[in-house]
Design a protein around this ligand. Structure first.
Ligand code: GRF
Length: 212
């Protein structure tokens, strides 16, 4: 049974990567296999999580490469070397342009810590998303998994989960709850849902008419 080959793009703590690693171990992700972790930063703790789980890693740092184009072709090189089917951006803080996303249509997904279309797009990342939610005074926020295209947080929505905002929440306490109650749940479920589809196609069990 061929499985979907997954690469996870990271930049920081890697708690979403950890959720994916744990979900693969527990069998929530059974049609996919994390084959590679690519970090945009040399000292991302996500790299330690990957190594502890026996997953191959690569570092492609934007500042070490002269141009965006060189950065993206380095990422493409290792993605293609590992014959990756599905690219998962999990706390990945670098920009990927249309040149890159157009090469992998409906094969790149991202986890965003709000209920898109709220608090998303340019400038809304990490803790800033939760600062904006608290500033606005929303009573409910959450997380969204979506396909990635050239528009920041603009691709088709795959899954969302709502989280209550509590009186006295700080951006940090809200971020933690959104991670625990939403991100770490819907990202593994979304990865398994898409992996199942990709694996069925790879194994010719997706009911599509097969070449004789
Ligand atoms: C989190 O805020 C997550 O919502 C966003 O990136 C931040 C760091 O995630 N996608 P991680 O701990 O590196 O997975």
């Amino acid at each position: 049974m061929l499985k979907t080959r997954i690469a996870v793009l990271v930049s920081g703590g890697g708690t979403n990567l950890q959720a994916l690693i744990d979900a693969q171990k527990s069998g929530i992700i059974k049609n996919g296999e994390i084959k590679l972790v690519v970090s945009s930063s040399q000292n991302a703790f996500a790299l330690t999580r990957a190594k502890d789980a026996g997953v191959d890693t690569a570092v492609v740092s934007r500042k070490d490469l002269q141009t965006q184009q060189a950065f993206e072709s380095e990422i493409k090189k290792v993605i293609d070397e590992y014959k990756i089917d599905l690219i998962v951006m999990a706390g990945f803080m670098s920009i990927l342009t249309k040149d890159f996303t157009d090469m992998y249509p409906d094969r790149i997904i991202n986890i965003h810590p709000s209920l898109i279309p709220s608090f998303c797009g340019k400038g809304y990342y990490g803790i800033h998303v939760h600062e904006a939610a608290l500033d606005y005074g929303v009573k409910v926020t959450g997380a969204t998994v979506h396909f990635v295209n050239e528009i920041p947080d603009g691709g088709r929505i795959i899954m969302q989960k709502a989280v209550q905002v509590r009186d006295g929440d700080t951006p940090q306490s809200l971020q933690r709850r959104v991670m625990e109650e939403a991100e770490w749940k819907i990202l593994p479920l979304s990865v398994e849902m898409i992996s199942e589809k990709f694996a069925a196609a790879k194994n010719g069990t997706d009911g599509m008419l097969q070449e004789r």
